[in-house]
Ligand binder design. Structure first.
Ligand code: SAH
Length: 227
């Protein structure tokens, strides 16, 4: 069995593994639970200046990443027969969800293209069937941080990455709800105590309380999740 394989196409490979080199993801990377390859898009440029972008057809501000150069980079990282999904980080994409993250974690890996400038030429999105993925309704300066977000969410779900396998199952979104509140020692903090039921030892009651709190929080904060 080979682990989850991530290939990231970027103009800034030095941003990787970055925060994914520490803690759970970092240890999993070291032990081979997942692997990370970066591809410098600029290596696929053909001109003397190694340029990867050009002015937008139709005019306007900014620059657009060239389809031909991106296609070469994608083909080198993901040759025919590679069964990994090809993702393009993009504010126009389908918003990333825990459900999609779980699917990715259950698969062989991902090839992730990080945009810069105004974005990428539409033709390479179509020709290489890139799945556009957004991490939220705001604009980042590049796809790298979005790729790190996607990989962080995915890698923590790989078998053996989280110490306590159960701690992945009751979390926010996994059952369509936000998670219930948490408490720990000390029993009293600035006059605030821990809800009585949590120290009752009655596990059925505790489960019921947590469920109710989760539903209440979700109704208040994210009624959209309740459908
Ligand atoms: N002009 C574009 C934004 C370009 S931002 C637009 O208005 O839609 C530059 C790059 O950052 C994008 O190509 C994409 O790769 C990345 N990016 C920016 N915001 C993002 C988001 N919310 N989710 C995922 N990637 C994002």
């Amino acid at each position: 069995m080979s682990g989850f394989r991530a290939s990231v196409l970027t103009l800034y490979p030095e941003m990787f593994p970055g925060p994914l080199g520490v803690s759970l993801a970092g240890r999993a990377l070291e032990s081979g639970t997942w692997s990370l390859e970066t591809v410098q898009i600029r290596d696929f440029a053909t001109d003397r200046h190694r340029s990867v972008d050009d002015t937008p057809a139709g005019g306007g501000a900014g620059m657009v990443m060239r389809a031909d150069i991106l296609a070469r980079a994608i083909d080198s990282a993901s040759p025919e027969g590679d069964d990994r999904p090809r993702l393009l980080m993009s504010p126009r994409g389908r918003p990333l969800t825990q459900a999609r993250v779980r699917e990715l974690a259950d698969g062989p890996g991902a090839v992730i293209l990080c945009g810069r400038f105004e974005g990428v030429d539409q033709r390479v999105i179509e020709a290489r069937q890139l799945e556009e993925v957004s991490i939220g309704d705001y604009i980042l300066s590049g796809g790298e941080i979005a790729a790190l977000v996607l990989l962080d969410a995915t890698v923590r779900l790989l078998p053996g990455v989280m110490g306590n396998a159960l701690s992945g199952t009751h979390e926010s979104f996994e059952d369509g709800l936000l998670e219930h509140p948490h408490y720990t020692r000390p029993p009293e903090f600035e006059g605030r105590t821990i809800p009585e039921v949590l120290i009752s030892g009655n596990h059925a009651l505790i489960e019921k309380w947590r469920r109710e709190e989760a539903e209440k929080l979700t109704r208040e904060r994210r009624p959209d999740l309740l459908g």
